[in-house]
Design a protein around this ligand. Structure first.
Ligand code: ADP
Length: 270
């Protein structure tokens, strides 16, 4: 709580009293703290790849450039770290846009079974490289009103995570079904008001204690693992904001060593 005293004058010299203003500033302070934590996190995340680029460039300049075998390896590191920097900057900009709601969404009706199948095609090469089987199950004729690019971004992100956090030979599947607001699955001929999309993997899973935090910015269960798969730690927080911009919800269920399921529920109309 913050206490402020405001003098009150009726006329020029006519002192009328003092107004006591008691203000709850905890919400403001909390926001300020979150903001400065975010800036600190961003700086830290950006510094790591920049330090690597600088360090290896220095080593090259210091003579390693004349040793072709090492020079090549160092250049590869510089290239990879610049790539990572690029991804980070892109995700930071994207997050700041979706957080401040500065994203104009273009809603249009989308037929889900075709849309989901096409989106899965986009991650198929990556899954094939890791020997991960993909499966799609969506009843045809299911429509949702959404921003096509943003919905694709949401699904791509969740599918890519599924592939990244699943060992070779595993499985990632996606299903889409109509839902009644009450929660039961719609029956033939029913009108549905919501759809539910589930993305399930047979991957490493997420420990119980981390589950409530994985949608936070830069939160990663295993930093090294996220890093080696090219993660920025921002994907899920971007996804959560995009889902909320669609007035939907996202939840996660997971068991370590068994796998994870991300459950997306979207209203059909806006
Ligand atoms: P990242 O870029 O690190 O993947 P995300 O925001 O997409 O960042 O996810 C945050 C963290 O949540 C990840 O680092 C990982 O620890 C965990 N995570 C996300 N998706 C999965 C999944 N399908 N299986 C296991 N862990 C996951």
């Amino acid at each position: 709580l913050e206490l402020n005293l405001v003098p009150i004058f009726h006329g020029k010299d006519d002192f009328g009293g003092v107004l006591l203003v008691l203000q709850d500033v905890s919400a403001i302070r909390r926001l300020e703290r979150m903001r400065s934590e975010f800036v600190a996190n961003v700086s830290h995340e950006l510094k790591t790849p920049v330090a690597a680029v600088k360090g290896f460039a220095e080593t090259l300049l210091g003579g390693a450039v004349d040793d072709p075998e090492h020079a090549r390896a160092f250049l590869q590191i510089i290239y990879d770290e610049s790539d990572r920097l690029n991804r980070l900057i892109g995700d930071i900009l994207e997050l700041s846009k979706v957080e401040s709601r500065r994203v104009p969404l273009q809603f249009s009706p989308i037929e889900l079974s075709t849309f989901v199948a096409r989106t899965v095609e986009l991650v198929a090469p990556e899954a094939a490289r890791k020997g991960i089987a993909l499966s799609v199950e969506a009843s045809p004729g299911l429509y949702v009103e959404a921003d096509e690019d943003r919905l694709r971004q949401i699904l791509m992100n969740l599918l890519t995570n599924g592939i990244n956090y699943t060992p070779e030979g595993g499985k990632v599947s996606i299903t889409a079904e109509p839902l009644w607001t009450g929660g039961r699955a719609a029956e033939e001929g029913d009108d549905y008001e919501q759809i539910r999309i589930r993305i399930t993997d047979t991957g490493i899973g997420i420990p119980k204690k981390d589950l409530p935090r994985i949608f936070e910015r830069f939160y990663r269960v295993d930093k090294a693992r996220s890093r080696s798969s090219g993660g920025t730690g921002l994907g899920l927080s971007i996804v959560k904001h995009l889902v909320e911009l669609h007035k939907g919800t996202i939840a996660v269920e997971s068991e370590v060593g068994v796998g994870s399921t991300f459950i997306l529920e979207l209203p059909v109309l806006h």
